[in-house]
Design a protein around this ligand. Structure first.
Ligand code: SF4
Ligand code: SF4
Length: 110
């Protein structure tokens, strides 16, 4: 079965994505380009676009619900790595379902 996230992307256009500065490329171990973020506090940054109305992460390419790609997938920040970890197996969770409904998509597995 194809990974449903590749034809979704709803979570990347639904929630604020805030994370610790240690995930930035200028920190050892991090890889998120600083230019794709905005500072929130001294220790927190946010993916650009995720606090817009409507939200959409600057790193997301493509059309939601059709074909999408995270342009920094291999170095995406912690909250993105941790989000709905079984979605690729077509098993979502509440936040995944909320994001999908927001974009007119049925929750995974339905
Ligand atoms: S985790 Fe859920 S909301 Fe996010 S892209 Fe995958 S299916 Fe869509
Ligand atoms: S960094 Fe990638 S996975 Fe995370 S919200 Fe943005 S597009 Fe989605």
């Amino acid at each position: 079965m194809a990974d449903p996230c590749l034809s979704c992307g709803a979570c990347c256009a639904s929630f604020r994505v805030d994370f610790h500065v240690s995930d930035l490329e200028n920190h050892s171990g991090g890889g998120v380009p600083v230019a794709l973020t905005v500072p929130v506090t001294a220790t927190l940054v946010r993916m650009r676009g995720t606090d817009d109305g409507p939200p959409r992460c600057i790193a997301l390419e493509g059309e939601i619900g059709s074909a999408v790609r995270c342009t920094i997938y291999d170095r995406r920040p912690g909250p993105c790595r941790d989000f709905a970890p079984y979605a690729a197996l077509n098993i979502g969770d509440e936040a995944c379902a909320r994001a999908r409904r927001r974009h007119g998509l049925a929750p995974l597995g339905e």
